[in-house]
Design a protein around this ligand. Structure first.
Ligand SMILES: [Zn+2]
Length: 93
């Protein structure tokens, strides 16, 4: 195989598989704590569909996926991260 196959990961909200490049990755890094789009460790993926990242239960789902309790500051950062992905919202993903 010469073609690179995309690495698929499941969105924690809609549970559909997507190319990892098109997902928002949240990782519980052992050294850095909770990081976005980087880090090593247990990760949660959310697709760039408004339905998923604006899901009222998304906070619970992230905490469950990462097996950790997240503090309110995390969700402030999360919302800012999400805002930077709003460019995708017009593409009908
Ligand atoms: Zn999704």
């Amino acid at each position: 195989m010469t073609l690179q196959t995309p690495v698929m990961r499941m969105c924690i909200s809609c549970r559909k598989p997507y190319d990892r490049k098109n997902l928002i990755k949240i990782t519980k890094d052992q050294k850095q704590g909770i990081v976005f789009q980087k880090g090593m460790g247990r990760s949660a993926y959310i697709c760039k569909s408004k339905k998923c990242y604006l899901d009222s239960k998304i906070k619970k789902k992230i905490q469950k996926a990462l097996k950790t309790n997240l503090n309110p500051e995390f969700f402030d950062i999360f919302e800012k991260e999400i805002a930077s992905y709003n460019d995708y919202s017009n593409k009908g993903i």
